[in-house]
Ligand binder design. Structure first.
Ligand SMILES: Cc1cc2nc3c(=O)[nH]c(=O)nc-3n(C[C@H](O)[C@H](O)[C@H](O)COP(=O)(O)OP(=O)(O)OC[C@H]3O[C@@H](n4cnc5c(N)ncnc54)[C@H](O)[C@@H]3O)c2cc1C
Length: 150
C-alpha cells in the first residue's frame, strides 16, 4: 500500500485536469473544477463529479486511492474571459472602482491588489502598472490570458 507523506506533500496541481490537493488539518484537501458545469450560482455538491475527481486523484497520487471522505462542499468561481482580475476605476461609472473577477486566484492576489489599488487611489500611481487589468480591456480585445487555471 502506498502511503501519502502528508507533512512533506506540497500543494500539488495537475493543470491538465485541474485536480489539486494539499494537507489540510489531519487529512488532505482534494479539489477539481468541473469544466462541463455551465455558468450559474449553484453550490450543491455534485456527488457524481466527486467520483470523477477521485479517479483523477488516484491516477495522479496512488496513495489517495481508496481514501475516505470526511466532508465535501462546492464553491463559486468568479471567472473573467481571460481568467484575470478586473482592477481599477471603471470610467463609465464615475467613482466606481473594481477589484473582482479573480478567477480562482483571489486569496493569493488580494494583498497585492489591495496595495496597488490603494496606491492608485491615494497617490494616483501604483508601484506596478495595473492598467492591463482595467475593465476596458474587454472592449479593446486586449485580453491578458492566464493559462495556469484550476
Ligand atoms: C473551492 C475554491 C477554492 C479556491 N482556492 C483558492 C486558492 O487556493 N487560492 C486563491 O488565491 N484563491 C482561491 N479561490 C478563489 C478565491 O476564493 C476568490 O478568488 C476570492 O474569494 C474572491 O474574493 P472576492 O472578494 O473578489 O469575492 P467573494 O469572496 O466571492 O466575495 C463577494 C461577496 O459579495 C457578496 N455578494 C454577492 N452579490 C452581492 C449583492 N448583490 N449584494 C451584496 N453582497 C453580494 C457575496 O456573498 C460575497 O460575500 C478558491 C475559490 C473556490 C471556490
Amino acid at each position: 500500500m502506498v502511503v501519502l507523506d502528508r507533512q512533506n506533500t506540497p500543494m500539488t496541481v495537475d493543470f491538465q485536469t485541474s485536480l489539486y490537493f494539499h494537507p489540510e488539518g489531519d487529512g488532505v484537501l482534494i479539489g477539481m473544477s468541473d469544466r462541463e458545469d455551465p455558468p450559474g450560482y449553484g453550490t450543491d455538491v455534485n456527488w457524481d463529479f466527486l467520483e470523477k475527481m477521485f479517479e483523477q486523484a488516484a491516477r495522479r497520487a496512488p496513495a489517495l486511492a481508496g481514501a475516505g471522505m470526511k466532508t465535501a462542499w462546492a464553491g463559486l468561481y468568479e471567472v473573467t474571459p481571460d481568467h484575470q482580475a478586473i482592477l481599477g476605476p471603471v470610467p463609465e461609472l464615475e467613482g466606481f472602482w473594481c477589484a473582482a473577477g479573480f478567477s480562482g486566484h483571489g486569496f493569493m492576489q488580494a494583498p497585492a491588489a489591495a496595495r496597488l489599488l490603494s496606491q492608485l487611489l491615494l497617490d494616483h500611481q501604483s508601484e506596478i502598472d495595473i492598467s492591463p487589468f482595467a475593465f476596458a480591456r474587454f472592449a479593446k480585445g486586449a485580453l491578458v490570458h492566464e493559462r495556469n487555471v484550476i
